[in-house]
Structures are given as C-alpha cells and as structure tokens.
Ligand binder design. Structure first.
Ligand code: ZN
Length: 278
C-alpha cells in the first residue's frame, strides 16, 4: 500500500532556503511580491510504503517542525504524517533517499533538547547510491553554481558515523523484494528513482527527475540539473516505460496533481490520469 504524505507548501528562495508558504498565495501569483520573481513555490511530499510487512519511507522531507523548540511544531511534519497512519518513527524499517539534496533528506534527523542530532527513524536503515554520496562530499563546502540544489550534510554525517546508512553501487538495487531503486543520474550524479511492484500494478516515485506534473512535458530544470542531457534521456526512458506499463507515478514537489496514471498520446506527450482505485 502506498500513501503520499505532505509537509505542505513551501517557498524556495534563490539561495536555497525554504519557508513555509500559505497556499492561498498561489491564487494571486501575478500580484505576489516574491513568488515567481525571487522565489518559487513547491510541495514536499514524501512517500510511505507498507509492503511485505515492511514500513518504508521515500525521501522523508524537510523535517519541518521536528527540532526541539522548533517554532513550527504545530505544522504537519513527517512524524505527524505517520501518526495519521498509526505508525511510530521507531517502526520505520527502511528510508530510501533519491539523492542527498537538503530538501529530500533533512527529515532523516532532528535536533533534541540537548542540541544533539538524532536519527528520526532510529531503527531504520537509510539507503542511498554511492555515487551520490561521493558527489555530495565533493560538493559540500565548495561553491555550487547550480540553482536550488544544495547539499547540507552536517546532520547526515552523524547517520553515516552511526553506521545507519547503506551505500549501494548497482544501477538497479532491490533492498526489499518488489521494490527496485533505479539509478538515473542527471539531476545529480547518483540520483535514483524507485519502482514499486504491487499486485495492483506498478508505481514509480520520480524524485527530482520529474518533480511535478508540469515537468512531464516541459524541461525546466536546465539550471538546476547537474547533467541536463542525462536528465532528459533518463526522463524519456522512465516515462515511456511507465506509460507502457500503465503505471502510477508519484511526484515529490507537485503543487496540484501529486500522482496519477501515466500514458502517452499519439503526439508523444505524456498525460496524467486519475490514480488507480485502491
Ligand atoms: Zn534535488
């Protein structure tokens, strides 16, 4: 069973910082003093999979409101999201990270009342592609001229030091039967997406390869993606395959349509339809 979680709507500024955003601002973007000029709006939507007795999270978000004395504690976070499904953080078995940009991994940890960095999911293994880790290490501290994409590994180092992280180096890796992590590269050198094969059909979590519905037929990531050519190739490959499989795809950053069945029309445009009934 797949459930899409949500931390809500955020405004991302040119320096890579995030701020929670009132979604009603999307109705008046033309008059907005910031949106579309100095910032963009995006959703942060982790995925919860309950599968073969395992509880798996894909990209646990910004961890908004998780830190001790955070001023955002009355907001939805990955932990309050799980609570809706009566899942405690200790019960999560596996956290799969599409890549290591801050907005996809910050929820892996929080800061407690002793200012210590703690793993949000204390019994989980965290998995990420080895190429992503090497790239992130090389990028951390060096000036990055890519917009939007930032690495901040300070807290993630702690998870690595505590031996909670598994790095894999295959192009296709199956940590649990029925779930395959597939390397796409492009957005970042070790970027991956996740394929989930259930009895009811196939689903894909697209990470930042296709962050929103808009990106299905528009390539607007040139200044953001590490390797735009590889991104375009991987996107075409995955979306064509997903269309042929009548698969459901899930977006991480969408504002409106967050998932749907994918198909391709005669003009080779990708279309998104209502999600499959459960
Ligand atoms: Zn990213």
């Amino acid at each position: 069973m797949i459930e899409q979680l949500s931390e809500g709507f955020f405004e991302i500024f040119q320096d890579g910082t995030f701020q929670k955003m009132d979604p009603s601002r999307l109705e008046n973007v033309d008059q907005d003093e910031s949106l579309g000029k100095y910032s963009s709006a995006l959703g942060i939507d982790p995925l919860l999979i309950r599968f073969n007795g395992k509880i798996i999270l894909l990209d646990p978000g910004l961890g908004w409101g998780l830190d001790h004395k955070s001023s955002y504690q009355n907001t939805s976070s990955v932990v309050t999201n799980l609570d809706i499904f009566e899942i405690r953080p200790e019960e999560v078995d596996l956290v799969i990270l599409s890549h290591l940009h801050y907005d996809h991994i910050a929820g892996c940890t929080y800061v407690d009342n002793n200012f210590k960095t703690i793993a949000t999911f204390p019994n989980a293994r965290y998995i990420v592609h080895k190429d992503e880790w090497i790239h992130a290490l090389n990028q951390a501290g060096s000036k990055n001229d890519k917009k939007g994409a930032t690495y901040n590994l300070d807290e993630f180092y702690k998870l690595v030091a505590e031996n909670r992280v598994d790095f894999f180096d295959q192009d296709f890796y199956s940590p649990v039967s029925g779930i395959t992590v597939m390397k796409t590269g492009g957005h970042s050198p070790g970027h991956t997406i996740v394929k989930i094969r259930e009895e009811t059909g196939i689903s894909y979590f697209m990470g930042d390869l296709v962050p929103t519905e808009y990106h299905l037929n528009h390539y607007a990531m040139k200044q953001i993606d590490w390797d735009p050519v590889q991104s375009k190739k991987a996107k075409k490959w995955i979306l064509t395959m997903a269309s042929e499989q009548n698969a459901t795809i899930f977006f991480y950053h969408s504002l409106f349509r967050k998932s749907g069945l994918i198909s391709q029309n005669k003009k080779n445009q990708f279309l998104l339809m209502e999600p499959r009934k459960k």
